[in-house]
Design a protein around this ligand. Structure first.
Ligand code: DQA
Length: 173
């Protein structure tokens, strides 16, 4: 599934920072099994579907002059390609919930290192409070920050964190 939530905005290519009134464009990626949110272990991940979360995020983003494009894949290579193409597609930053790939994927780590865009790692649950294997994140060293443990709100908080990071990179003059 590649759920997309987009407001009508012109595509800006190759620019790393939004200028003037142009909306900040953020690519939001969710990895394996997150298409089953709502049905999958609701006691851990909540009852909202990924579409619900994408809608919530789009509403929040709009109030902050930000446009989110939300995609989900169960395939590591597809996520790698989306990350690698993001800057050329005109995005200014990334939010990434890699699912279980968080704990295993050097390919995602390398993709983020090469992306030339800031990324915030996010999780619905708090992996540090779960099984031992979840305490390691291969992508964390390539991210500007991490939000975990707040359910659907993690997506919203991660967007705010990314926006604050981008604002520090490009202060208004
Ligand atoms: C997750 C945490 C991961 O450990 C797990 O494999 C997931 C979801 C989260 O959002 O809490 O699939 O990324």
């Amino acid at each position: 599934m590649a759920a997309r939530v987009k407001a009508a905005q012109p595509v800006r290519r190759g620019k790393s920072k939004p200028k003037g009134d142009a909306a900040t464009r953020v690519l939001v990626l969710s990895g394996p099994n997150l298409h089953r949110l709502g049905k999958r272990q609701p006691e851990i991940y909540g009852t909202q579907t990924l579409e619900d979360i994408h809608r919530l995020l789009a509403v929040h983003a709009e109030s902050a002059n930000t446009q989110v494009t939300c995609r989900q894949s169960n395939y590591e290579g597809e996520l790698v390609s989306w990350i690698g193409d993001a800057k050329a597609e005109g995005f200014h930053g990334l939010l990434l919930n890699p699912g279980a790939l968080t704990h295993t994927s050097y390919a995602l780590y390398d993709a983020l290192l090469g992306a030339e865009l800031p990324c915030v790692e996010l999780h619905l649950s708090n992996p540090d409070a779960r099984e031992a294997f979840r305490r390691k994140s291969t992508v964390a060293p390539a991210c500007v920050g991490r939000v975990a443990g707040f359910g659907a709100t993690s997506y919203v908080l991660a967007l705010d964190g990314l926006r604050a990071h981008l604002a520090r990179q490009a202060p208004p003059h």
